[in-house]
Design a binder for this molecule. Structure first.
Ligand SMILES: Cc1cc2nc3c(=O)[nH]c(=O)nc-3n(C[C@H](O)[C@H](O)[C@H](O)COP(=O)(O)O)c2cc1C
Length: 212
C-alpha cells in the first residue's frame, strides 16, 4: 500500500477542533514492533519532494513548550550528499599527515548511504520561560517523529550522529551557529533487508511508583 500526502488531512489552522484519540490497533502494533533499519540496508527509492514536505510538516508536530520551534532541518538529497561528503573528506585530509584512502572514500560516500538524509538541528532560542533543556528535548522528539512519519509512508530509517555531530569544523560546514547543536541525521530510504529485533532494556527495573 502507498500513502500519498494528498490523502492526509490538510494542515490544521490554530484553534481548529481536532479529533480525539481513539483506540487504534494498527497504530499500536506499529509502535510495538517499530525498529530502525541499518543504514547499509537503505536504498532507493526515498521519499519524493511532496512526501518529504509531509514528513517534515508532520514530523515537526511535537511537544514544544512556548511554541518556540527550537529546531530546523538541513535536507541532503541528490548530488549534494556527495558534495558534503567530499568537504568532510577534505576536512579529515587537512588534519592528517597520512590519511587512509579508505577512510576518505567512506567519508565521501557517507551521505550516499541513503537516498534522503535529514539533519535535525537543535536551535534553542533565548527565553525567560522555557529552559534550554526543554528546547533540546523538543528537537529529540522531532527526530523520532520524523522517523515514525517516514515509517507511515512506508520508508525505513535510522537516526545517526557519528562524529560529525561533535566536530566544530564539520558543524560549521553544515552552517550551524555556535548556539546550535546537531541532534543527528535521519537517514531514510526503502529497506533492502527484513528488520530483526534487538535486545531492549527491561522496563521493570526502570519504573518506580512514587509513594511518600
Ligand atoms: C541521538 C542518537 C544518536 C545515535 N547515533 C548513532 C550512531 O552514530 N551510530 C549508531 O550505530 N547508532 C546510533 N544511534 C542508535 C540508532 O539510531 C538506533 O536507535 C539503534 O540502532 C536501535 O534502533 P531502534 O531501536 O530504533 O530499532 C543513535 C541514537 C540516538 C538517539
Amino acid at each position: 500500500m502507498t500513502v500519498t500526502p494528498s490523502e492526509l488531512p490538510p494542515h490544521p489552522k490554530e484553534h481548529d477542533d481536532l479529533a480525539l484519540p481513539v483506540a487504534d490497533r494498527a497504530f499500536l502494533t506499529r509502535l510495538a514492533l517499530r525498529r530502525s533499519s541499518k543504514v547499509i540496508h537503505l536504498a532507493d527509492p526515498g521519499p519524493d519532494k511532496t512526501t518529504l514536505e509531509a514528513i517534515l510538516q508532520i514530523g515537526a508536530r511535537v511537544p514544544d513548550h512556548g511554541k518556540l520551534g527550537p529546531w530546523r532541518f538541513i535536507v541532503l538529497t541528490g548530488t549534494h550528499r556527495e558534495s558534503l561528503g567530499q568537504k568532510l573528506a577534505d576536512l579529515l585530509e587537512s588534519r592528517s599527515k597520512d590519511p587512509e584512502p579508505a577512510q576518505l572514500a567512506a567519508e565521501r560516500a557517507r551521505f550516499l548511504r541513503a537516498p534522503l538524509v535529514i539533519g535535525v538541528v537543535s536551535a534553542p532560542v533565548e527565553s525567560s520561560k522555557v529552559p534550554r533543556w526543554e528546547q533540546v528535548l523538543s528537537a529529540g522528539a522531532v527526530c523520532y517523529n520524523v522517523l515514525l512519519t517516514a515509517n507511515g509512508f512506508g520508508f525505513s530509517g535510522c537516526w545517526l550522529s557519528e562524529w560529525i555531530c561533535y566536530d566544530g569544523a564539520a558543524l560549521a560546514l553544515l552552517g550551524l551557529a555556535s548556539s546550535e547543536q546537531l541532534a543527528g541525521f535521519i537517514y531514510l530510504g526503502t529497506p533492502t533487508q527484513p528488520l530483526r529485533e534487538r535486545a531492549r532494556p527491561e522496563i521493570g527495573p526502570r519504573v518506580t511508583f512514587w509513594q511518600p
